[in-house]
Design a protein around this ligand. Structure first.
Ligand SMILES: [Cu+2]
Length: 140
């Protein structure tokens, strides 16, 4: 390679005509506001599925992976029960046990990952793409 030849990485700037793209970004920001749920503060909601963070189950459980969150976040199940993670986010996530005892591929919306727990214990897990996504399976 001849170092004197790399002048071609610099192309002659013609003019700044790429300004139109910023309007699209502003339009997308408007969508984010739609999901806000007005919290009235009183306890008279009837069937508000206010995303439980902890669930104690007697059988199999579905965990929804959406909005960069595992819901419910903490699940307690009996030995032999199956957890099925349902991926419903616009980006890929995975489910990876901290002790590597289970690990999914990177999955997209519409896909699922199931794991049957045959040993009691506490199994924290995360999405390795977004390590701030965490959950715990407690097998009792
Ligand atoms: Cu993720």
């Amino acid at each position: 390679m001849d170092p004197t030849k790399n002048a071609r990485t610099r192309r002659p700037s013609r003019s700044g005509r790429s300004r139109a793209a910023t309007g699209l970004t502003a339009a997308l920001l408007g969508l984010v506001a739609l999901t806000g749920c007005g919290d009235s503060g009183s306890g008279t909601h009837e069937s508000t599925p206010s995303a439980p963070t902890s669930v104690t189950a007697t059988g199999n459980v579905e965990v929804v992976v959406k909005n960069y969150t595992f819901t419910p976040t903490n699940v307690s199940i009996p030995v032999g029960a199956t957890i099925t993670w349902k991926f419903e986010d616009s980006v890929q996530h995975n489910v990876t046990a901290s002790d590597q005892s289970f690990k999914s591929a990177d999955l997209s919306s519409g896909q699922t990952f199931a794991m049957t727990f045959t040993k009691s214990g506490t199994f924290p897990y995360t999405c390795t793409i977004h390590p701030y996504m965490t959950g715990t399976i407690t097998v009792r």
